[in-house]
Ligand binder design. Structure first.
Ligand SMILES: [Fe+2]
Length: 438
């Protein structure tokens, strides 16, 4: 049995500039309160840009493992590498993907959402068991985070790199919108958001209504725009519906208007590109397809403002897609204004191989902007960005049933600076996929 913690615990933190922890560059103490699950969000000042640092915490006579982080650079940058992860249902498998991310030479990691799943175990044959029903209360959500964060591969991924995060629906409830207007849901959402805030490496701020949307500059090479497509959205399929909400939309349009000449990466939890069904309608309107007027407004603004070199990275689908982004997806003559890479999931179940074989070509035929689809694998993406070229490496694992499953590169797509549209690396065009536009 573990001892209950005191209501407030003083936690000290120390930051070092070297792996051997000899050169201490910052330290402080912060109170960890039971009101926030004994979490801390230490604010460290005085670090230099573009440097690697190491840190650890101590409290109640115990010292944590050492974490590594990196500060964003300023000025000229010749290369950035980062990884994205999304959709990591615990019961669906082991985190070989995070084990891979922990060993990648990347500057940072981005989580695209579905960090936890709120539902109970749903049928099938779970790879890993966990407690039963859907979670509703703050105590429930805290226990679910504790379950996930007990995983050694996920812990290694956090310890190795700094993270940027957005969320999708399963951090709270499946396919929810905004507050859905009802008091029980408002209370559940507040519990979900608080537990997310307590457990995620995010800047100190509001626990009940965290502001996720932000822009971060990686020197002169990359502007990273983190979007929150859950907290402020209306219901889907409304003529005047919104996925961004009033304030975030104004902020995003302003970002686009004032964009500088660099790579622009949008951290986007759910698919931006149209995914039409043959014969009419859409596969899912919980994604941007359910907010078509706002999508047209945002992408039309990208086109008219002259912003170039837009790459959108996306989760949610549990399968990999590569799309050309057009301001009007129904108009094949509309210019390509960017590329969307939708990544494989870490573990969360995708469609069957049979479904993928049949529907890959069907989706390709109904969506002329869709260039690639692969749904039989699990993993993560690594992006390597230079002033001249963006490269997306799709990393895949051999098996979700093995935490030590080897990681390999399925394929690589490139985008050349100043030339809208992507192309697959000639060395991997023969790799397995269920749809490839040729
Ligand atoms: Fe998911």
């Amino acid at each position: 049995m573990t001892q209950p913690l005191p209501d407030v615990v003083e936690v000290s933190w120390t930051v070092y500039s070297d792996r051997a922890l000899r050169r201490r560059v910052a330290h402080g103490t912060v109170a960890a309160s039971n009101l926030l699950g004994h979490s801390v969000h230490a604010v460290v000042r005085g670090l230099l840009p573009g440097r690697q640092y190491y840190f650890r915490f101590s409290a109640l006579g115990r010292t944590s493992r050492v974490g590594r982080t990196r500060t964003a650079p300023v000025g000229p940058v010749s290369r950035v590498r980062f990884a994205t992860a999304n959709c990591q249902a615990f019961h669906d498998g082991f985190y070989a993907a995070h084990r891979g991310i922990a060993t990648e030479d990347v500057d940072f990691v981005v989580h695209l959402g579905d960090y936890i799943y709120e539902h109970g175990q749903v049928g099938g044959h779970p790879v890993r068991d966990h407690e039963g029903p859907a979670i509703l209360s703050l105590a429930d959500y805290r226990r679910r985070y504790a379950l996930y964060k007990g995983d050694p591969s996920l812990r290694a991924s956090h310890a190795a790199h700094p993270w940027f995060l957005t969320w999708d629906d399963h951090e709270c409830a499946n396919d929810y919108s905004g507050t859905e207007g009802a008091a029980p849901f408002v209370a559940r959402r507040a519990a979900a958001y608080q537990a997310w805030y307590e457990n995620m490496p995010v800047r100190a701020g509001s626990a009940l209504e965290p502001q996720l949307y932000r822009q971060r500059r990686w020197g002169d090479l990359l502007d990273l725009t983190v979007l929150d497509l859950r907290q402020y959205r209306s219901a889907q399929n409304l003529a005047d519906g919104t996925i961004l909400g009033t304030s975030q939309k104004k902020w995003l349009l302003d970002q686009i208007s004032s964009s500088r000449d660099t790579w622009h990466c949008w951290i986007n939890s759910i698919m931006l590109s149209q995914l039409a069904r043959p014969g009419g309608g859409y596969y899912f309107t919980d994604q941007w397809d359910g907010f078509r007027a706002e999508r047209a407004e945002v992408l039309g603004h990208v086109a008219s403002s002259g912003m170039e070199d837009l790459v959108v990275v996306t989760g949610d689908w549990h399968s990999a897609f590569v799309d050309d982004i057009r301001p009007d997806f129904d108009n094949r003559d509309a210019p390509v204004i960017g590329t969307e890479f939708t990544a494989h999931s870490v573990t969360s179940g995708a469609y069957s191989a049979e479904w993928n074989t049949v529907n890959g070509p069907v989706m390709g035929a109904a969506n002329p902007h869709l260039k690639y689809f692969e749904g039989n694998r699990y993993g993560y993406d690594v992006y390597e960005v230079t002033p001249q070229r963006w490269s997306t490496h799709m990393r895949v694992i051999g098996s979700r049933g093995d935490a030590a499953s080897p990681v390999s590169t399925l394929t690589t797509f490139h985008v050349d600076r100043g030339k809208p549209g992507s192309y697959e690396d000639p060395g991997s065009v023969a790799s397995p996929a269920q749809y490839r536009r040729v």
